[in-house]
Design a binder for this molecule. Structure first.
Ligand SMILES: *Cc1c(COP(=O)(O)O)cnc(C)c1O
Length: 235
């Protein structure tokens, strides 16, 4: 394998940043999982990141996810982080670790149906559009509890937590309240004691703002550019 010193250095820097953010927040490093967002990136770069110990990868296109999953090591945990069409759920139901982008009951019902066929429980996160950006997917904060109550009765789905994509800002501090609100929402909903719902995952924070997200309680950060460099969509 040809190794790439910049990826190694990037991972080292990110690791240091996560540790520092955990320390500032009085959290343990083990509470945070780094998901390497590898969309558009070639297999060899994923293999390199794997070589450095990363086992969680995130993709946003079903076809690309399937292709990479078939080729790469079977102990990888694959996270579907992009908008998911119902007719494609069947292609990842066998193996996906967690679907981060559930924002409708009908999508959840399809995931449940495919989970049943595959003979497994599928972990999902409800995607929340905290900042009510018109261009983004996800449900608004005030709709989340109702959606979760409806999903909670589906037998082959586990509602594992909440996910958000924060606004693109130049100063990551501007997203602190977005992350804080998502965490408070998770705590509030857990306190309602809904049958089958004990959420523990908070998927929030990307290259631009993962340190703030960790300070605010992220359990899963989704980092692409800071690991792999800029994405080029003309591959
Ligand atoms: C692409 C993507 C990321 C990673 O973004 P970077 O800014 O490259 O770290 C994280 N989450 C989602 C949902 C994405 O689509």
């Amino acid at each position: 394998m040809t190794t790439n010193t910049s990826i190694r250095n990037n991972l080292k820097n990110i690791e240091g940043n996560i540790c520092n953010a955990c320390e500032r927040a009085g959290r343990k490093r083990e509470e945070v999982t780094l998901i390497a967002v590898s969309k558009t990136k070639p297999i060899e770069l994923l293999q390199e990141v794997y070589h450095y110990g990363i086992r969680d990868f995130g993709e946003n296109k079903v076809q690309e996810l399937n292709m990479k999953q078939e080729i790469l090591e079977k102990d990888i945990q694959w996270h579907m982080i992009g908008h998911l069409q119902k007719n494609k759920v069947k292609y990842l139901a066998q193996y996906v670790k967690c679907i981060h982008s559930v924002d409708s009951l009908s999508l959840a019902e399809t995931i449940n149906k495919e989970g049943k066929k595959a003979g497994r429980m599928i972990d999902i996160l409800v995607e929340v559009n905290v900042a009510k950006e018109e261009t983004k997917f996800g449900v608004y904060i005030e709709e989340v509890e109702d959606l979760i109550r409806k999903i909670a009765v589906l037998e082959n789905i586990k509602v594992a937590g909440l996910m958000t994509i924060a606004p693109f800002v130049s100063n990551s501090e501007e997203n602190r309240m977005v992350f804080r609100k998502l965490r408070e929402l998770l705590v509030d909903i857990n306190l309602k004691n809904i049958d089958n719902v004990t959420m523990s995952m908070l998927s929030m924070g990307m290259s631009n703002d993962y340190e703030v997200a960790v300070e605010e309680g992220a359990t899963h950060i989704r980092v692409g550019t800071d690991i792999f460099g800029e994405r080029h969509y003309n591959l």
